[in-house]
Design a protein around this ligand. Sequence first.
Ligand code: SAH
Ligand code: SF4
Length: 381
Amino acid sequence: MEVLDVQPARPARVRPAAHLADLDAPGRRDAVRALGQPAFRADQLSRHYFGRLTDSPEDMTDLPVAARRELTDALLPTLLTGVTEQACDRGLTRKTLWQAPDGSRVESVLMRYPDRVTICVSSQAGCGMGCPFCATGQSGLTRNLSTGEIVTQIFNGARTLARGEMAGGPGRISNVVFMGMGEPLANYNNVLAAIRRMTDPVPDGLGISQRSVTVSTVGLVPAIGKLAREGLSVRLAVSLHAPDDELRDELVPVNRRWQVAEVLDAAWGYADATGRRVSIEYALIRDVNDQPWRADLLARLLRGRLAHVNLIPLNPTPGSRWTASDPAVAAEFEARLADRGIPVTVRDTRGREIDGACGQLAAAADRIAAGRPARGGRPND
Ligand code: SAH
Ligand code: SF4
């Protein structure tokens, strides 16, 4: 592990600084005008940031020298500083721990495959949803990330790739998954603006396809409905983990507020509105949620729906009494779904090995983003 130079955390919490990536095109022009600069400088800055992936004033040779520093100081402040970086899989997977000036820390993971690069990003520092099997859930919510902080994770990943700093030579980000820290739909407005920034074409955004962005949610029903009405074509992943309310109340405490039937109804509403197949996340936990009858019940709930199941062997968190299902039990669970015509994927062992070093959630996330063919059903949409 390489430890990068980083400033000590400031004790007091401060609001994240305003950033170009927080703003839409009119907002960016207003911000530039407020600095006494002509509005077209906003487009020049955006071209540098979103298009050329630079935030250094020295690179902005089309801006007057006097204006460069002022514009970058005001609109392109450093929001996140790399603290540590871990690489595995011969450098094709890289996890970065970031720190904001207020001391909040989040992670993002870049994963490179022959045909694509996926970045797994955080939407919040911590998470308030309290799922007992999740490391992030144990520490509670610190705060929402700003739009700029979410986009910064992607910007940094895109720049690393563009500069050829990742094994495999220069490249581009093809997929984004909100499967790092936090519940994205609990930070709705900032996440939505970040989706717009990452998917708007250059120079207004990073030009990533909406279809290649996955929002993973614990099941916040009203927010799923709202997202369905945004006119986006991003993929939705729903973290179900149990087909029955009794167990889901325990594994996913927010189930006490929105139960399985309501969550799935919201998911089908999303599929209807967008035409996108919903991914149902199911972390297999030994002797907790991996019984054959639960596979059968899950199959009944999903039958005939635009859905596919993503089985994730549990990545045990320190101190937890839970562990991953026995491989034979996981295989049986998968087969029961597949036999009932439910498209299902399960991570391979190579993935598990990598996850041990690099963050289980990210690897699970990539399989969804990649849309790998599932057993038991149609090819992924
Ligand atoms: N809060 C969102 C997104 C972040 S978590 C959500 O819950 O969907 C991303 C995925 O990782 C979710 O499906 C989550 O349930 C799963 N996950 C969390 N901890 C895990 C663990 N220890 N092992 C396996 N999957 C886990
Ligand atoms: Fe939060 Fe998702 Fe972890 Fe649950 S699984 S605590 S919603 S990050």
